[in-house]
Design a protein around this ligand. Structure first.
Ligand code: SF4
Ligand code: SF4
Length: 133
């Protein structure tokens, strides 16, 4: 089992849902997301991330291969809805929208056991670090 965060080997939600910015993210056109990554959708004055309004969506900021290795080119500036979207069981709760996106990309749903494993690995890593100091 990999010790990488599952989202870094997934990216399914970034190629499944439309990503709409909140009004306060676009007000005054002062948003920090580069304008070439935005499209006005569904109405004039409302913005979505480019690529996510298509029938077969894929966010223009998504880099890499879905289900293998991905990253977000605007991770620090990503919209609020991306920040709020947690992987299933990351906070202990199932996220059915994560499961649905993964299913659409032929990926199995995440389980609580994955997060228990990752937490244990992180603890072990920290213990090794503190012994080495
Ligand atoms: S679908 Fe779930 S696991 Fe995949 S990138 Fe999105 S939140 Fe992460
Ligand atoms: S901005 Fe980043 S996190 Fe949000 S959908 Fe696009 S690639 Fe995914």
């Amino acid at each position: 089992m990999s010790t990488k965060h599952p989202c870094l080997m997934c990216g399914a939600c970034c190629a499944y849902y439309r990503v709409q910015l909140e009004q306060n993210e676009v007000d005054n056109q002062n948003h920090s997301i580069a304008s070439h990554l935005l499209v006005e959708f569904p109405q004039e004055g409302q913005f979505s991330l480019k690529g996510t309004t298509k029938k077969d969506p894929r966010c223009a900021a998504l880099e890499g291969k879905i289900g293998e290795s991905v990253s977000c080119a605007i991770y620090d500036q990503r919209p609020n809805c991306c920040r709020a979207f947690l992987a299933s069981f990351e906070d202990g709760n199932r996220n059915y929208r994560c499961d649905a996106a993964r299913k659409a990309k032929n990926l199995p749903p995440l389980t609580p056991e994955i997060w228990i494993f990752l937490k244990k690995m992180m603890q072990m890593k920290n213990e090794v670090k503190s012994i080495a100091i």
